[in-house]
Design a protein around this ligand. Sequence first.
Ligand code: BES
Ligand code: MN
Ligand code: ZN
Length: 501
Amino acid sequence: MEFTIKTGSPEKLKTGTLVVGAFADAKLTDAAAALDKAVQGRLASVIQRGDLDEKAGSLVTLHDLPGTTCDRVLVVSLGKQADFAERAWRDAVAAVAKALSAGPAAEAAVCLADVEVSGRDIHWSLQQLARVLADSAYRYQTTKGRSRDDKRKGLRNVVLLTRRKTGAAMQAAAARGAAIAEGMALAKELGNLPANHCTPTHLAETARELGKSFKLKVEVLERAQMEKLGMNALLSVARGSHQPPKFIVLHYKGGKPKDAPVVLVGKGITFDTGGISLKPAAEMDEMKYDMCGAASVLGTFKALARMALPINVVGLIPTTENMPGGNASKPGDVVTSMSGQTIEILNTDAEGRLILCDALTYAERFKPACVIDIATLTGACIIALGKIPSGLLANDDALARELVDCGTASGDRVWQLPLWEEYQELLKSNFADMANIGGRFAGTITAACFLARYTKAYKWAHLDIAGTAWVSGDAKGATGRPVPLLSEFLIGRSEAAGQPA
Ligand code: BES
Ligand code: MN
Ligand code: ZN
């Protein structure tokens, strides 16, 4: 999707759909007021009659307004003016994006960037607008066969209208939004692909293609190399599968050669049956999404490379299926992880932490500025936090705060849970350094406690995206989260690196 930022009045724009915001209690935004004047007060009278609902994001479409040069005007409610805040603005933008993506126009002009959102500036508004509008264009098509929707035209060109003087920083903000949406589209596509298509080999090929398009160094370690490194925890998960496991390493070098990299580690279980500790049949299809951590790393790399951020980033993706089978790991098996610590596998369904722990040990060699792992790790996280924020646990409070702030700014929110030493006790094993499960209590925290034993050498944060990476039900599909959060984090880090000390 192409974005152009223009300065001007809405009524003079030739476009398919012209979008203006209005407060439901009849106070027009500046853009709406200018338009209202050109259409002799018809906009204000429609609102006064009560056609525009009080709920932010409600829509009214007006066709063929005399005095305008657009096909239709889409009025979006910003709610009551007194209640207006970031939430209402986001609801309005989301509703507009949905309507435009389903509507007939290939071109639209959106006048929402000038609406004042407390604590945010025009660059923030432009980035969010571009990201949400571009993201809404994503459709899954790949395996739909005859039900493919090839004729869909959809929105292609968007003018973001402002009364301010435009500048390079404003263009860059919109371009960042579009780049993040592109990263989200890749993450969604990989998440949505069925597990017979999206295998560890497919993830490795996707990484290699990314490498080719953006000149990134990409290495793919095979089973023999993992054996040599002693990644026995990772390999113990792969034992039941006929698909070869892969360990993918991506290098993005936008910073100075000596700058310590941010390392992103993504869980890449391309299908989680639970292994010998087999999951129940209901909704097991959704375990194709168990590689959404990996997908978010690949998506973030795409966004990062597109934005050409001046920062160094390493991506690590341990990827395998978790299958039962004659050779599969059994409850009670003990394995020695790459770190030398031994693990009693009491439940083969707690496999995510087994592949992550070896990747976290591998991360040490990069002497990272910080490490963030992203994983659909625990069902308990959905019980604790629902599907609104991702779970956040960290061994460094400043890093946790930074991620919370990036979550708020991007709308891709996280909520921190405690990682207190007291919880470590729950992982006690009679036969190894630790068990891979901690019992019924605090499942998200004990999973993070397990990982914390492998992250002592650096600043580390863990994102549990079990609740946020996909939606169930009628709208079943991957969300592309937390690509917006991670992208925001890397933008922040690269801006900080650009400042003189
Ligand atoms: N991939 C699952 C976590 C999950 C469950 C994500 C449901 C999304 C929805 C993970 O591998 C798993 O099975 N975790 C177990 C851990 C338990 C055995 C300690 C869980 O959450 O039940
Ligand atoms: Mn599992
Ligand atoms: Zn899993």
